[in-house]
Design a protein around this ligand. Structure first.
Ligand code: SF4
Ligand code: SF4
Length: 183
């Protein structure tokens, strides 16, 4: 038989001697391996209490961005939906009304904006296509759920907290982007 690797080891079929039949040496060897690992650095962490640092290019859950005054950046141009290879994004545009200047940055805004996370492949093309810095991918995982409809994220779930009213939550949602802003 032709071997695929050079690690082929024929099975030892000779009769075991008295010591081998006691298995004490084998047990001792096994215990030695176990004890040697006690003093080694653990490869695992106590998730979720502890988390590993994210890669700078990690692409997690989407966030719909606001500007420094808390106005929604999205102008419902649809470029993200066109760029999305999974057709996961749907939206409905609306005209900004007088008096809503503090809510929406542009004259047109997304009255409805949804991402189907079951379709999303987290490619990041929506983020790249957006000319308004209105959508970006955060360092948050998409949470698990039991119902398919819970994976259709609505605008209210995607929108970043208000920077002036919920500053701490806003900074947390910014994640790596907050550090980039400082640098
Ligand atoms: S990350 Fe990719 S697949 Fe997901 S919504 Fe954005 S463009 Fe579509
Ligand atoms: S998120 Fe960006 S690309 Fe998508 S509709 Fe809004 S402004 Fe346009």
């Amino acid at each position: 038989m032709q071997a695929l690797t050079n690690r082929l080891k024929p099975v030892d079929r000779r009769k075991m001697n008295f010591l081998e039949r006691l298995y004490l040496v084998a047990i001792f060897k096994g215990m030695l391996i176990t004890f040697s690992h006690i003093f080694k650095k653990k490869p695992t962490i106590n998730y979720p209490e502890k988390t590993r640092p994210f890669s700078p290019v990690f692409r997690g859950l989407h966030i719909l961005n606001r500007d420094e005054e808390g106005r929604e950046n999205c102008t419902a141009c649809g470029l993200c939906a066109v760029a999305c290879p999974a057709e996961a994004i749907t939206m409905e545009a609306a005209e900004r009304q007088p008096g809503e200047e503090n809510l929406y940055r542009e004259e047109k805004y997304a009255a409805k904006y949804e991402i189907n996370m079951l379709r999303c492949i987290f490619c990041g093309l929506c983020e790249e296509a957006c000319p308004k810095d209105a959508i970006y991918m955060s360092e948050t995982f998409a949470p698990a759920d039991y119902q398919r409809k819970q994976f259709i994220y609505k605008k209210e779930e995607l929108l970043i907290p208000h920077p002036l009213k919920e500053t701490a939550a806003y900074e947390k949602a910014l994640g790596n982007r907050a550090k980039k802003k400082v640098n």
